[in-house]
Structure formats: C-alpha cells, structure tokens
Design a protein around this ligand. Structure first.
Ligand code: UFG
Length: 324
C-alpha cells in the first residue's frame, strides 16, 4: 500500500479517486488550492491548500509526507473559459504541472498519473478513437493538456519519470456510498444541467440538432466517475509495481446522443426536462467515443457502471441531496 499525493483532490474526479484509493488501502494526501474545488469533498486533516505553482511547498510536503506517487488532477477544465482567458489555462494547467514535476524530481518521486482529455484529439478523423490518433486540440484547454502530455513524454525519456496519461471522455454520475458528486461553478456539463432544469424549471438549451448523427444531436461517451476513479487506481498500481509509461483512453466505447441522455434523465426522474433547442456550441465535435480496449487489455480495467440510466440515477440522487 502506498502513500499517494492527489492534486485537485477537492474536485469532482479527484475526490472520487481519493475515496477509492483509501478504500483500496492506500493512504492519501490531498493538495488543492480550493479555487474550484470544495473543502467538504476532502476528509478533515487530509487537505493541504497549496497552489501547484508553489514548487518549494510541494517539494517539502512530498518529503515530509514520504509520498511515493502522485495523481495529478488539479487543472481548470472549462473549454469555453479557456477560449476567453487562454493565459489562465496555460499558467494553471501547464506551469502548475511543470512546477509539480520539478517538485517531484526534487523529492525523488517518479510515478505520476495524469488527467488528460479527449479534447487532445480535437475533431478526430476516426470514431471510436484510438490512442494513436494524432494530437489536434482545437481550444486552449485541450492544448494545455497536450503540452503537459508532451512534457511527460520527454521526462520519461530523459529523467526516468514514469507516467500514465489517462484521456477521459465524459465523466458523470456519482458514487452513492461516498456522498460525493459533480459540482462545478458555473456548471457547464450536460447531465447536471438537465437535472438542474428539472429542479428549477429553467430550461436547458440543447446545443444543435443538425449534426450528422442519427438524431441530429452530438454523441459522447459517458463514463461513470467511479469507473474513471478505478482506472486511476489500476494505473498508479501499475506504476508502483514498476510498470512502464503509457497513455490510455478512458471511456465505455458506447456513444449516447444528447437526446438519448434527455430520454434517460426523463425515465430515471419520472419528470420532463424543460429544454429548448439552440444553435451549435462552438468547438463541439459531432461524435467523441473512446476505443478503450487498450486500457482493458493492458491494465485489466473494465467499465462496470456503463449503463446510462444507472449513471443518471446516481447523479440524480446526489443532485437531490445537494439542494436539500
Ligand atoms: N450540451 C448541451 N447543452 C448544454 C451542455 C452541453 O446540449 O447546456 C451538449 C454538448 O453540446 C455536448 C454534450 O452535451 O454535445 C456534452 O457536453 P458537456 O459540456 O457535458 O461535455 P463536453 O463533451 O463538451 O466536454 C467533455 C469534458 C471536457 C473535454 C471535452 C472534450 O467535460 O473537459 O469533453 O471535447 F474537454
């Protein structure tokens, strides 16, 4: 069992991964600057409020806590915001990551799992997407993740710094036992926005129904956050066991359209989702579906909660508690 530093552990995916790491017997130290995360998502005593750009603080924390490996979530994630303030994304996501890697090298910690994204592929030529699809980000958020992926490739080559890059598709749902769930401020993701539309009566806008897809709405690969968290656990254990650096997609391999998500939300909640159809959102590819067989074959990971209605039910249970 290892001592693992989780950056961004007060965020949505980071907090779920912290929960499952502890369940697997690892001990976890969380770093989060709380600029986007929630203090309540971290158990008392585990949180260190540190900006990842503070290399000296990270170095001494890793030494003091005898950290053996790092899972790095801390980043800004909004595509829209990244087009308005690219400098913010490069500073936090790229400079913050580089600072963390420098601190790790200084503290002799050389295993890292990195949160990357399907946004690294931009508008892919082939769907389902394989990991060897070239980097082609179309927004500063995706570019910031690609830059960090490239830094990690060089660190692996010249500094014996081993890393697993996980390219997430659409994280959603919540772990029912954990009390954790999806909370972004502002919220931009489809499922929480549909649930909120039910709760508030304020319609959600479906961004475009004229895509070249069977029902005209965009297709995405919705992956349960608990399955995504488990992917981090197999990845970090692979590295701790001496495994080599690699990159993996994390998705279910099944695509769902925006209208299919709407139907699932209505079925699970038993309520109509107030909605309107609006224009396309800039930069939305028509279809993003993962080929995640590599992760299944190499690390033995399996998505266990790929059922969309299950995902929505877990998200709905959390959403009802948050507003209660
Ligand atoms: N959508 C709507 N209305 C909304 C919000 C979303 O119709 O109010 C649609 C989007 O157009 C898209 C789908 O719902 O087709 C999913 O949108 P999300 O915003 O929930 O998620 P994205 O697919 O845009 O984003 C995800 C990750 C990003 C990552 C991106 C890669 O959350 O971090 O995939 O393209 F960058």
């Amino acid at each position: 069992m290892a001592r693992i530093l989780v950056t961004g552990g007060a965020g949505y995916i980071g907090s779920h991964t912290r929960y499952f790491l502890e369940k697997s017997g690892h001990s976890v130290v969380v770093v989060d600057d709380l600029s986007r995360g929630f203090k309540q998502a971290v158990p008392d005593g585990a949180l260190h409020q540190v900006d990842t750009r503070d290399t000296a603080k990270l170095t001494s924390l890793m030494r003091q806590e005898r950290i053996e490996a790092v899972i790095h979530f801390a980043a800004y994630i909004s595509v829209g915001e990244s087009t308005q303030r690219p400098e913010l994304y490069f500073s936090n996501n790229v400079c913050g990551s580089l600072s963390l890697f420098e601190a790790m090298l200084e503290a002799q910690v050389k295993c890292l799992v990195f949160s990357s994204t399907a946004a690294a592929y931009g508008i892919p030529a082939k769907v389902p997407i394989l990991e060897d699809e070239p980097y082609a980000p179309i927004n500063p958020y995706g570019e910031s993740k690609v830059m960090v992926e490239k830094i990690l490739e060089w660190l692996d080559r010249y500094r014996e710094f081993r890393s697993i890059r996980l390219r997430y598709f659409n994280a959603c749902g919540a772990e029912p036992q954990s009390g954790l769930g999806e909370r972004h401020d502002p919220e931009t993701h489809l499922i929480p926005l549909m649930l909120r539309a039910i709760q508030t009566g304020k319609p959600v806008t479906l961004f475009g129904d004229d895509y070249p897809t069977p029902d005209g709405t965009c297709i995405r690969d919705y992956i349960h956050v608990s399955d995504l968290a488990q992917a981090h656990i197999v990845a970090i254990e692979h590295l701790l066991g001496g495994g080599k650096s690699d990159v993996f997609n994390v998705g279910t391999g099944a695509g769902q359209s925006v209208k299919q998500v709407l139907a699932a939300v209505e079925k699970v909640t038993g309520k109509k989702v107030p909605h309107t159809i609006g224009p396309r959102r800039e930069g939305d590819p028509p279809s993003l579906v993962a080929d995640s067989r590599k992760l299944q074959n190499v690390l033995g990971w399996r998505p266990e909660r790929a059922n969309l209605e299950q995902i929505v039910a877990d998200a709905w249970a959390f959403a009802q508690n948050v507003t209660a």
